[in-house]
Design a protein around this ligand. Sequence first.
Ligand code: UT7
Length: 323
Amino acid sequence: MTRRAVITGCGSFLPEKILTNDDLAKMVDTNDAWIRERTGIKERHIASEGELTSDLAIEAAKKALAVAGRDAADIDLIVVATTTPDLTFPSTAAVVQAKLGAGVGAAFDIQAVCTGFIYALSTAEKFIASGQHQNALVIGAETFSRILDWEDRATCVLFGDGAGAFVLEGRDEKDADGRGVMNSYLRCDGTMVDLLYVDGGVSSTQSTGHVRMQGNRVFREAITRISEAIECVVADAGVHVDDIDWFVPHQANERIIKGVVKKLSLRENQVVSTIAGQGNTSAASIPLAWCAGVDDGRIKKGDLVLIEGMGGGLTWGAALMRA
Ligand code: UT7
C-alpha cells in the first residue's frame, strides 16, 4: 500500500526584536533605498540574547501541532533543518524533542543551508512512505544573525531569524484525497563551495566563523538552478506549471523570485512573499512563507503548491505537494 505524507498543520515563529534598514544604516555604509531596490527587504527579526534556534523551533512546532490536533507524544520523527544549531552536538532536533515532550522516535538535523527545508521535507516524506514512521515534525529554524559579520554590508543586510514547522502524517493513498508531498528534486554541486560559505567550523578553526558570499555570482546561479529544479519536479509529477496554485519560494531576493517567475511563465499573483518583513531566514524561510499563505487564507486544502530553494553548497531543490 502506497503511503502519502500529508501536511496536517503548520506553524511559524518570529523573534520579537525587529531590525530595520534604517537601523542597519547606522551600523554599516548602506541605506534603505539600496537594500529595498536590490533585495526587497525592509526589515528582519533578530533573536535576542539567550533566545536559541531550538526556542524558535519549539514555538513554531507547538503551533503546527495545535493546527494538526496532535499531541507531541504522537510524533515519532523530528527533522530540523538548520545551519545555526544550539550546540555542535547533540542535534537541535534532540533538544526540540526533549523540550516538546515528543515521543521517543528518530530525531536528527539536516544541513543544506537555505535548501535545508526541502532536504528535510523530502527526507521525512521518504521515512513516512517507507511505513517506518507515522507522524513527523519537519522544522526549518535559524538564528542566522549569530553567524553574520556585522561589519560586512554585503551580507549583514540580507538575513534574519525565525522558524517554521510542518506536521506530516502518513496516510494510505486511498485515504489521502490526493493530498501530500508528491515529489521532490534535490541537488548539490560542492565545487562551488567558495561562492557562499562560513569561514570557520569545528574541525577547521574550532570557531563558528562568519558568512562569506560572492553575492552576484550566487545570484546568477540561483535563477538557472532554481528554474532547472522546478522544471524537473513539475515534469516528474506529470503536471504543468499552469496547474500550480501557489509558488512558495525561498526568500533570498525579490529579484531572484521575479526572475524565476518570468523565466517559467508563472504569475506574480501566485507568489507567496514574506521577504519584505523577514529577509532571508535560510532554512526557515519556506515554512514561514507557507504559514503566511495559509494564515491569510490563500493556501487552502487541496491546492497544488510548489516550493524551491537554493543556498550554500551550492545546494538547490524543489518540491510539489497538495496542501
Ligand atoms: O539564500 C542563499 C542564497 N543567497 C542568495 O541567493 C543571494 C544572491 N545574491 C543577491 O541577492 C545579490 O547579489 C545581493 C543582494 C547580495 C547584491 O546585489 P547585487 O546587485 O548583486 O550587487 P553587487 O554585489 O554586484 O554590488 C553592487 C554594488 C557594489 O558597489 P560597486 O562595486 O558597484 O561600487 C557593492 O559594494 O553595491 C555595493 N553594495 C552595497 N551598497 C550599499 C553591496 N552591499 C551593499 C549594501 N549597501 N548593503
